[in-house]
Design a protein around this ligand. Structure first.
Ligand SMILES: [Zn+2]
Ligand SMILES: [Zn+2]
Length: 464
């Protein structure tokens, strides 16, 4: 389809029809319309044939993101609705004045498998007044000044994208689970920031979003504003997106890089021209549901080891990727990240993640230290060594049995030992040289084979 077919015409407010073909995958089709005066509400509806086709929709006011299309399936076709109001709160939208002027409904073609008739309608409720998008409301930036290990989930979806729980409900669940921080990572939108409960029950909300491109997903943690995630639009590259995340004060962490399945394999990471040195984190452990069990996560750990062996210091993270109501299918907090922080604040959390002071677990606590020549460190740190290192693992199993502890050096297992309930500490002495790194893993040896129970970030050896 040629993009010139998309210019605005008369308003019905406004309707538009076209036919997408298999050549139209991974494209952006902006449909521009003009509001002659301010509006109370705008609803954009896109209807298309669902047969293997998979489209997305966003609504922009000038260049500001305003609403995210929500999907509904109806007898053979799919409807996407992006709706925003001046005064009424709608999930997936930023409530506030809807000004006269240029608006853009943009269709994203995640996958066009076969000829796909598309219709787009814009309904407008007139009234309201012109004005700016409301500012991002203030939220707690600092909860505690005490240093220590803090825990939380870094990958959760709310009703603002395709999750089934509201922002308030997710904070309640996090509080019940004893979490200290929570990153809600809705797909390509930051609407949940306007919906943080005024009292977050002592939980630090980390403003984030899941950058969801045609070639893979990544979390932007701690950003101060929406990030233009549209790789491929007007030649934009993934590296430029990462630069924008950093300019907006955030960290960039690739999600479920090895996860197959889902339409068109769309969850796995396929950006070829990525500059890896820009990447801060890697979701080494994604929800058991999306990762189809252990295989994809095992591959992720291999990918991570290869990157670490290239000298990259990318923090390994975990995320539940929780979407659903059914807590037994995809519970929040599985796995959980423990991060060592100098204080529980937005800045402290970003620094702890960036520095790799992290272990990830579905229960057991693993406190990993390395001792070199008159110095020691925790995961993410480095030690000076004159050729010898002593590694220490302090383990609390929290009821998980049949655990195996593995010491991993430069990606290879160098020691393996069973963990017993009544023994807390495990040691290993090794010879080493500058450039080596060590990390540890716990696996549960259960009926279905080995299953990851916890892992730490690496400790790096530098020259004396
Ligand atoms: Zn994802
Ligand atoms: Zn996700």
């Amino acid at each position: 389809m040629s993009k010139s077919a998309l210019s605005a015409n008369e308003m019905l407010f406004f309707s538009w029809r076209s036919l997408l073909t298999a050549d139209d995958s991974h494209e952006y089709y902006p449909v521009t319309f003009k509001l002659p005066s301010a509006a109370l509400g705008i609803r954009v509806t896109v209807r298309y044939s669902g047969d293997g086709n998979y489209l997305g929709l966003c609504l922009y006011e000038k260049n500001r993101f305003r609403a995210h299309g929500r999907m509904e399936k109806k007898n053979g076709f799919v409807e996407l609705k992006a709706e925003v109001w001046a005064k009424k709160n709608i999930p997936g939208a930023i409530t506030g004045p809807l000004s006269a002027g240029t608006w853009q409904a943009e269709i994203m073609t995640n996958k066009v498998k076969q000829d796909c008739p598309v219709e787009l309608f814009v309904d407008v409720w007139w009234g309201g007044s012109n004005g700016e998008q409301p500012p991002i409301p203030p939220r707690p930036e600092k909860i505690s000044t005490a240093p220590g290990w803090y825990r939380g989930d870094l990958h959760v979806h709310s009703t603002e994208s395709d999750g089934k729980k509201s922002v308030a409900e997710l904070f309640e669940i996090a509080a019940e689970q004893g979490m200290h921080f929570l990153a809600l990572t809705d797909h390509n939108n930051i609407c949940n920031w306007w919906k943080f409960p005024s009292r977050t029950q002592g939980i630090l909300p980390l403003p984030s979003m899941e950058i969801t491109t045609f070639l893979g997903h990544a979390n932007a943690f701690g950003i101060r504003d929406w990030v233009d995630w549209r790789v491929g639009k007007d030649g934009r590259t993934i590296n430029e997106v990462i630069d924008e995340v950093h300019e907006k004060g955030g960290l960039f962490s690739i999600n479920h890089p090895c996860t197959p399945g889902l339409p068109d394999d769309h969850a796995s990471w396929r950006h070829k021209n990525l500059e890896w040195h820009k990447v801060d984190g890697l979701e080494v452990w994604n929800a058991p549901v999306f990762s189809r069990g252990e295989g994809a996560n095992r591959q992720c750990r291999k990918l991570w080891d290869r990157l670490l062996n290239q000298g990259l210091r990318i923090t390994g993270l975990g995320g539940s990727d929780a979407h659903y109501l059914d807590q037994s299918v995809q519970p929040m907090g599985l796995p959980t990240n423990y991060v060592y922080l100098h204080e529980l604040s937005r800045e402290g959390l970003l620094e702890g993640i960036k520095n790799g002071h992290v272990f990830v677990t579905r229960g057991p606590e693993i406190h990993f230290y390395a001792f070199g020549k008159n110095n020691y460190t925790l995961p993410g740190g480095e030690i000076k060594s004159n050729g010898k290192v002593r590694l220490y693992a302090g383990i609390q199993t929290h009821g998980l049995a049949s655990l195996i502890l593995r010491f991993i050096k430069n990606g290879k297992v160098v020691a393996e030992m069973p963990v017993s309930e009544d023994k807390r500490s495990y040691n290993l002495e090794d010879t080493c040289r500058a450039g080596d790194w060590y990390r540890i893993e716990l696996e549960e040896n259960g009926a279905g084979g080995y299953r990851l129970a916890a892992f730490t970030n690496p400790i790096y050896i530098k020259a004396d």
